[in-house]
Design a protein around this ligand. Structure first.
Ligand code: SAH
Length: 362
């Protein structure tokens, strides 16, 4: 069975031609899938009956099954989707976002790229059970399609997509990039490249590969520490690619794409939130065209970190702001519905067997 949402427009054209149809049928199919958000071939009434029958025998559109939706008081909803093999992933729908400007009726979506994650960051729920598998292209794309479907009737539109759900997008590079191109395609969902954000724990060679694609997608780096000793403890990926090599790759990305890089920094009480570290962050980023987004840590049951107190968050932000680097603090969204990466999936799978001691203690 061919899954149509796995195919680029060119591949879809080749597919319909192979079935003996004229190339424009591909465009008709794309309109059904990405504008009408239809998944039933029988409903695609402008396609000849014989072609529809053939499609039913050889293909599926590719549709995720909604397992659960949770709505938060903060205008954030979390979608838990089942995959054909029984795995589950989660996506988040947001009506506002501090990282990007959003107008009325505009929706941001946070999507997953893998089932589980291999990065094993100490503060994150997604990696606690390891990596199960990569998502295929359609499994990435359809998260956005399904969420668009949930708002389309109200006249709202998905305007921003952040690859910040479960998984490491650059560890599933090929399918992430295919999904980026399909989300951007005017005959797909038509979301501007500048409204797509790829977030990475710091896979340096892949950041360089991404730079070489010269797409104006937004790059966000999960930095979370200002020295290698600490970063290695909370983010094992740093043993492979340290802060210096990561910042060099970001500089290169900026030069190649002209885009400002966003640095994400989770504030963990007594671990990485001192004023000295704020100064060190400023020193590291000076000379780069960057933006810092401070993230209040979302507690995960059984993981022994604490979020920084508001006064420490403010002090940290003031130092970064005073340096001229734009610094925002992520607003609290969805913490009441376990909307931080991987939490809902983790609890759906029964949670952690036993509490984990934090790798870094005060
Ligand atoms: N693997 C990618 C994308 C997924 S994580 C990456 O590391 O960037 C998306 C962001 O959420 C990252 O900045 C990650 O560090 C952060 N994050 C993970 N767990 C969190 C938690 N419990 N509270 C707040 N942010 C968290």
């Amino acid at each position: 069975m061919t899954i149509l949402k796995d195919l680029t427009p060119e591949e879809l054209t080749a597919f319909v031609v192979e079935l003996g149809q004229p190339p424009f049928r591909a465009r008709q199919l794309m309109r059904w899938m990405y504008t009408a958000l239809e998944s039933d071939f029988d409903a695609m009434t402008n396609l000849p009956k014989g072609f529809r029958e053939k499609l039913k025998e050889t293909a599926r559109v590719g549709e995720l099954q909604l397992k659960e939706v949770r709505h938060s008081e903060q205008e954030t909803s979390k979608f838990l989707f089942s995959l054909p093999d029984g795995e589950v992933i989660e996506s988040v729908r947001m009506r506002y976002m501090d990282m990007v400007d959003m107008g009325p009726g505009r929706i941001a979506v946070c999507i997953s790229t893998q089932v589980g994650c291999a990065m094993d960051c100490d503060f994150c729920a997604s990696g606690k059970l390891g990596l199960r598998r990569n998502l295929s292209t359609w499994e990435i794309v359809d998260q956005v399609v399904q969420i668009q479907k949930s708002v389309q009737a109200q006249g709202e539109r998905v305007a921003n997509v952040v690859f910040m759900g479960i998984g490491e997008p650059l560890h599933n590079y090929k399918n992430t990039l295919r999904a980026v191109r399909m989300l951007n395609n005017p005959e797909g969902l038509g979301i501007g490249m500048r409204h797509l954000t790829i977030s990475t724990a710091g896979l340096v060679p892949k950041i360089r590969d991404l730079a070489a694609e010269k797409l104006p997608v937004r790059l966000a780096i999960s930095l979370h520490a200002t020295n290698d000793t600490l970063r290695e403890q909370i983010m094992p990926i740093n043993k492979k690619w340290n802060i210096e090599s990561l910042l060099k790759a970001c500089q290169h990305y900026q030069e190649q794409t002209g885009r400002r890089v966003t640095f994400e920094y989770i504030l963990l009480d007594g671990v990485n939130d001192s004023v000295d570290e704020a100064h060190e962050l400023v020193r590291l980023l000076s000379g780069t065209h960057s933006h810092v987004n401070l993230i209040p840590w979302n507690p995960i049951e059984g993981v022994e970190y604490r979020r920084s107190r508001p006064a420490r968050v403010r002090a940290f932000q003031e130092v970064v702001d005073a340096s001229g680097i734009k610094c925002t603090v992520r607003q609290e969204k969805g913490s009441d519905i376990a909307a931080a990466c991987g939490q809902l999936r983790l609890s759906d799978l029964g949670g952690l067997a036993k509490p984990r001691k934090a790798r870094v203690s005060k």
